[in-house]
Design a protein around this ligand. Sequence first.
Ligand code: SAH
Length: 252
Amino acid sequence: MIKSEPVKDAFLAVDRANYAPSSPYEDSPQGIGHRATISAPHMHANAAESLLPYLLPSKSATGRPRRVLDIGSGSGYLTHIFAELAGSDAVVVGVEHIDALRDLGESNMRKSPEGRELLASGRVRFRVGDGRKGWVEPETLNTVSTDPSATDAIEAGRNVAEKDPGGKNVGGAADESDAQGWDAIHVGAAAAELHDDLVRQLRRPGRMFIPVEDEGGMQYIWVVDKDVDGGIEKKRLYGVRYVPLTDAPKKN
Ligand code: SAH
């Protein structure tokens, strides 16, 4: 499943033993509690290969630092792989709807010196929120957009943030072309639909990798591309089996 050198190097650089509670080098998913699993390495490889053009640092003179969103970050393993690929000026955000799993991703990352450095530098952040709404990093709410069509979106995001000053669940619209949007969005749980909020939060250009369950209960990987003009192309690829992207369990 690993086809390119950068993905191979990233997989060699990140030890799955820090993220999988057992049999880390087997090509199978492993339970991590809370009905979640660390996906099988071959699915992580597929995701990284598919998103690669949007993960690697841009070579163009105008290239902006990468912004990558990993929804349902679970163990944190793929979040770390993304950070490895995206370069030293990138920001990679993992979003979980269960506090304990947010904490798990972060504590797994703390097991290695490289992981600790990613957290300390702010290049990787683990957040709590409903990933179906995407994610707006609180720090980006004050950035000024050069794209007038994005102003409403920024306002919408700011309003959400004010209602939720704890910074949790700052979902909502993002500035798709600029500071708030994402070059790559990975969804690690099966969605019921291709959530509009997620497509909106893709940068131009940008790509989303998302498993979606159809009405017959079959799950397929979809890849959604947004081009530089904002045009959207959706492609259904192969069948898969993921845990569902759901409401957060009620807290007692
Ligand atoms: N990429 C992770 C996959 C974990 S399993 C890994 O390989 O370790 C899928 C994860 O999605 C679970 O941890 C689950 O808690 C999370 N999840 C499910 N619904 C969610 C939602 N609405 N918002 C955010 N995370 C969600």
